[in-house]
Design a protein around this ligand. Structure first.
Ligand code: PSV
Ligand code: MN
Length: 443
């Protein structure tokens, strides 16, 4: 049977019959499809063609993703924490764990820091942080001022009606910018828990004005190479209104702040069913997309492992970025960061899983044939256009990624390498006693 006939036959049968265990030559099979006996030939699995492999290699060369220090620490829900014997409790341990993920994957050279959690002495912590970075092979990445934990922020930070509290939030942000400057970190990521729980309790327009003023003043402190990233979130911990609830509000505030302010998209910070890739496409076209906090979710801001629930959505996001770059010839200057909280999975394994998944989805997005897609869109050939994304998504990119890793002297399977290299056993021994004293209840 000719190959084209084979293809035709294959298209007419259900996919499950493709489960042909041989990778060598063709194999005759018979199967019952809707009452008809159909004879077909299952195709051998061909190695990926060189053009596709090259696209994947090129994509992987450019792809880097930042790990959050807090992703290695014990975290929980508002019902309590499940303490892990190996979790990191000091900033140095977080650097060590992030360093381990970078050592095995080669694509996570920076670690995001949260000022209150990682810089206990504020700007004076930077010498220690530089030492940790050197010792563990990962650099400090984005700096996250913390404007939500202190008691004074009960009614807000930049949106607080008390001018003294707005001032202290501003001072903390300026300190964060100084920390970033000393550590040569480019991005200062601003997330605000500000909002209200009950209708009528906050002057929404007035708070918007305070936000504008404070962000403008923060922007003033930036060095020329630094950026201020404004993150939005429609709910939690405020449940009636949040002051920066969506990308439009973040965009307006970033524009008001100044030219070095951009929007940060945390994938978990949307209402269910919102079209995140469209938001990404709009922000790109406005030159206002600064970065991502990746995670996945089923219901709210669940902070689950990237791609664990809806990997196709991540591909669509990456595709919009690549499509923008292809069409405009511009480089989209975006910081890819992870923002996850693993209450049950091992912290380091969850991070390796995330990074691996991110590489797979980025590689798949690189396989979308952009010129073909543009033609199909222009001709309104809907099925062709859609299938270009679907085919890319369905491609098994793992062998090519493994080859790329080997070409870089990295383990082809970082998770296996981690499970065998003894790091987890060592830190479990070192940290177990301290972690067992960790409090898991809020009582
Ligand atoms: C808030 O939900 C958030 O996404 C912000 O980015 C914080 O910095 C981070 O989570 C803290 O876990
Ligand atoms: Mn976030």
């Amino acid at each position: 049977m000719s190959r084209s006939l084979t293809r035709l036959a294959l298209q007419s049968v259900v996919l499950t019959v493709l489960q042909c265990e041989t990778t060598s030559s063709r194999k005759e099979n018979r199967d019952l499809v809707r009452g008809r006996i159909v004879t077909f030939v299952a195709e051998e699995r061909f190695p990926m063609d060189a053009g596709k492999s090259k696209k994947i290699f090129d994509a992987l060369e450019t792809f880097r993703i930042e790990l959050p220090s807090w992703g290695f620490a014990n975290t929980g829900t508002r019902f309590g924490k499940f303490i892990q014997a190996a979790a990191a409790t000091t900033t140095e341990e977080k650097f060590s764990d992030a360093g381990q993920v970078h050592l095995l994957t080669g694509v996570c050279p920076t670690v995001a820091l949260h000022v209150l959690w990682d810089c206990p002495d504020g700007v004076h912590s930077t010498d220690d942080i530089r030492k940790f970075a050197e010792r563990h092979g990962v650099l400090p990445g984005s700096i996250n001022p913390n404007l939500f934990q202190d008691q004074e922020y009960k009614y807000g930070s930049f949106g607080n009606p008390d001018p003294a509290i707005r001032q202290s939030a501003l001072q903390h942000t300026k300190d964060g910018i100084e920390i970033a400057r000393r550590l040569r970190s480019r991005d200062i990521s601003m997330w605000f828990a500000d909002g209200s729980n009950y209708p009528g309790t906050a002057n929404i327009r007035q708070r918007k004005q305070w936000f504008k003023e404070c962000l403008k003043e923060s922007h003033h402190q930036l060095s020329p190479e630094q950026r201020l990233l404004v993150e939005y979130k429609p709910f939690e911990p405020a449940f009636y209104h949040t002051d920066i609830a969506d990308w439009g509000m973040a965009l307006l505030l970033a524009r008001a702040a100044g030219p070095q302010a951009k929007v940060l998209v945390d994938t978990g910070h949307h209402y269910a069913a919102q079209n995140i890739e469209q938001i990404v496409a709009w922000l790109l076209s406005e030159d206002m997309l600064g970065g991502f906090h990746f995670n996945d979710r089923r219901y709210a801001d669940d902070d689950l492992t990237m791609g664990s629930i809806d990997p196709y959505q991540v591909l669509r996001i990456f595709h919009e970025i690549r499509y923008f770059e292809w069409e405009t010839g511009q480089h989209a200057d975006i910081a890819y960061m992870v923002d996850q909280s693993h209450n049950l999975k091992g912290k380091i394994e969850a991070m390796i899983q995330t990074v691996t998944m991110a590489q797979e989805l980025f590689s798949k997005a690189a396989l979308v044939d952009e010129p073909e897609l543009a033609t199909a869109q222009q001709k309104c050939d809907l099925v062709r256009a859609e299938s270009l994304l679907q085919d890319a998504f369905a491609t098994d990119v793992r062998p090519a990624i493994q080859e790329w890793r080997v070409s870089k002297g990295l383990p082809s399977n970082p998770m296996e390498a981690f499970r065998q290299n003894g790091y987890l056993e060592r830190i479990t021994k070192e940290r177990a006693a301290r972690n067992s004293r960790n409090v898991s209840s809020y009582a």
